[in-house]
Design a protein around this ligand. Structure first.
Ligand SMILES: C[S@@+](CC[C@H](N)C(=O)[O-])C[C@H]1O[C@@H](n2cnc3c(N)ncnc32)[C@H](O)[C@@H]1O
Length: 192
């Protein structure tokens, strides 16, 4: 068997361990830094407490009523819920996450936000999105694609599920300089 030079199993285990053991997200300080007052108004406290993103993709995605939007790595659901409010009941908001507990948590927050009838959360991986080809108008994601050892594969999956003319709007981390070996080989640095 050939060696996995991307260390996919190890990276996924580290990411899974990191996000299944945290007791909360960044909370209000993170949410207030990333989101507008208008967006935060009416959001369940739990969705705010579990904010773990690095930006505000919904603010820039230009979502329109009736569109289908997919949130990769939806976590506690804050961006999926904000997207659901923009696309409205004629549209659809779908969040996928690696972890069952995140999916459950986000479902609860969507119910509290009153968007559950056109919002769904599924357990799934961004490297193998559990949706048919050409089924989504907009893909959003917040602080998640950097966690994948297979970023090209994630982009290929986004391309597959987007309808012709569809768009993506993601907030993420990029690295501009070489990282020192102690960071490159740190599970915590990758997952965080
Ligand atoms: C930094 S948090 C961001 C959560 C959310 N987007 C937010 O802004 O609050 C990363 C999330 O991505 C999920 N995740 C990690 N790897 C994933 C993968 N391969 N596929 C889907 N979700 C993944 C984690 O379980 C976690 O909920």
């Amino acid at each position: 068997m050939s060696e996995d030079l991307l260390y996919q199993t190890e990276v996924k285990a580290a990411v899974r361990a990191a996000y299944s053991t945290i007791g909360s997200g960044g909370g209000e300080p993170v949410a207030r830094r990333l989101y507008t007052e208008e967006q935060l108004a009416g959001l369940p406290a739990g969705a705010i407490a579990w904010a773990l993103g690095v930006g505000n993709p919904v603010l820039h995605a230009g979502l329109r009523p009736g569109e289908t939007v997919l949130d990769l790595g939806s976590g506690g659901g804050i961006d999926t819920i904000l997207a659901a409010r923009e696309v409205g009941p004629a549209g659809r908001a779908i969040g996928i996450d690696l972890l069952d507990e995140m999916v459950e948590r986000a479902r609860g927050h969507a119910r509290e936000a009153g968007v559950e009838h056109w919002t769904e959360f599924r357990r799934g991986e961004m490297e193998d999105i559990p949706l048919p080809d050409a089924s989504v108008d907009v893909v959003i994601s917040n602080g998640v694609i950097n966690l994948s050892p297979r970023k090209s594969r994630v982009l290929a999956e986004i391309h597959r599920v987007l309808r012709p003319g569809g768009r993506m709007c993601v907030a993420d981390l990029t690295v501009e300089d070489d990282l020192p070996p102690e960071v490159l080989t740190s599970d915590a640095a990758w997952a965080g």
